[in-house]
Design a protein around this ligand. Structure first.
Ligand SMILES: Nc1ncnc2c1ncn2[C@@H]1O[C@H](COP(=O)(O)OP(=O)(O)OP(=O)(O)O)[C@@H](O)[C@H]1O
Ligand SMILES: [Mg+2]
Ligand SMILES: [Zn+2]
Length: 375
């Protein structure tokens, strides 16, 4: 039997199985049950949060033989064909590969023919932001007054690139990031059902590193499962797979940044290169670390009994937070965030990270000199 990757194998087929997006799903379900159906829907959000998945369930809901419903039966021939991907009245189009007006015109020309099997002929246009200006104009015309039997579902990962005129003609629904907590609970439930054993800590790392995308989480999980034959996936393995720098090592790097020991910093970077960790991950880990340090500074009370109850690692964080001002942490975060954005322009990632860390080094050096002058 052909193997289906986890993200396809586990793709939800009904609205109730969608993770997160509670509010959004309620809107969609209500509009179906109340029969208040827009002619064009626009789903925006980062990769792997459910745009295509929701669009396909919506297509079933609109064409299910039991009637327009938020609970498509999944048994009628229309539902089955949509799930199999061979329903003639559900046309999926990737705008990234069909950006030109000639391409889009060919597709839009078919809107004049009514549906062959279903109630509606549905066009799902993915990555809509890739369309050319002329293609957007052609789409705009049909969006204004489509035939009654036509429904459009547009999806984009970059809303800023969609003309306002298009957005205003659609029912725009934004799918926010899925929280790592939601991802964690989802994976836990799924893995239990599938009898795959992964410890909680490792699952937490996978959920946190997914950056709000379930597809990312499932792809990492797939890698993790394939990386071992004995089905034991430990934290070390997953860190290596994800190119994540161990949190204790990030602590040491941050500590040396704070005390401005540039030789030690370069030394650590050399070690990172040997392990094969990606430099972008180091920068984002540092941003998270310094941000957490700000939170520790704001929230941790000076009371001894609280500090004594902290874990060894959190105690170290607490003492490190005493070595730096809140204002300086914010300045480091700003340099790191800006640097991360421009890292891709550096000749290579190593130079990129060095440029960022040299900026912090220079900032501390100048601050120390001006402090001395003031004395
Ligand atoms: N909200 C969600 N609930 C449950 N599973 C999800 C969700 N979002 C994504 N997935 C999983 O991730 C896979 C990919 O999701 P989908 O194709 O819907 O993402 P997308 O938002 O369309 O991404 P892209 O922008 O890359 O096209 C699905 O097959 C499913 O397994
Ligand atoms: Mg998609
Ligand atoms: Zn059905």
């Amino acid at each position: 039997m052909k193997y289906k990757i986890l993200s396809n194998q586990w793709r939800p087929q009904i609205f109730n199985h969608i993770v997160g997006h509670k509010y959004v799903i309620r809107i969609i379900k209500n509009s179906l049950d109340l029969n208040r159906i827009h002619q064009a829907w626009l789903f925006s959000g980062i990769h792997g949060t459910g745009k295509t998945t929701i669009a396909r369930i919506l297509a079933k809901s609109l064409n299910c033989k039991t009637g327009i419903t938020s609970k498509p039966c999944r048994k009628c021939s229309n539902c089955i064909s949509i799930e199999k991907g061979n329903f003639l009245d559900f046309i999926e189009l990737d705008a990234a590969s069909k950006t030109k007006i000639e391409d889009i015109r060919v597709v839009l020309d078919t809107t004049k023919y009514p549906p062959m099997e279903g109630r509606f002929k549905i066009y799902l246009i993915d990555e809509i932001q890739m369309l050319s200006k002329h293609s957007f104009n052609a789409l705009l015309k049909i969006l204004e007054e489509p035939p009654k039997y036509i429904k459009f579902i547009l999806a984009t990962t970059d809303l800023n690139k969609i003309p306002e005129t298009i957005i205003s003609r659609c029912l725009h629904i934004h799918l926010p990031y899925i929280t790592s907590n939601n991802i964690f609970n989802y994976l836990k439930k799924k893995l239990k059902k599938e009898n795959i054993k992964i410890n909680k800590k490792t699952l937490k790392i996978i959920s946190n590193s997914a950056n709000g995308s379930i597809r990312n989480a499932l792809n990492t999980l797939e890698l993790a499962i394939c990386s071992t034959k004995n089905k034991i996936i430990n934290t070390k393995k997953i860190n290596k797979l994800l190119g994540i720098f161990d949190k204790k090592k990030i602590f040491i790097l941050a500590e040396n940044i704070i005390v401005n020991n540039i030789h030690k910093i370069l030394n650590i970077l050399d070690n990172i290169e040997k392990i094969g960790i990606q430099y972008n991950n180091i920068v984002s880990s540092l941003i998270i670390f310094f941000h957490n340090l700000s939170i520790v500074k704001i929230t941790t009370s000076k009371k001894n009994y609280i500090i004594n109850n902290l874990s060894e690692y959190n105690k170290n964080i607490y003492f490190l937070s005493k070595k730096i001002s809140f204002k300086d942490i914010q300045i480091y975060c700003k340099i790191l965030i800006q640097g991360e954005k421009y890292m891709k322009y550096a000749p290579n990632p190593r130079i990129g990270i060095e440029i960022i860390l040299f900026q912090i080094y220079q900032y501390i050096k100048e601050k120390n000199i001006s402090n001395k002058i003031c004395l």
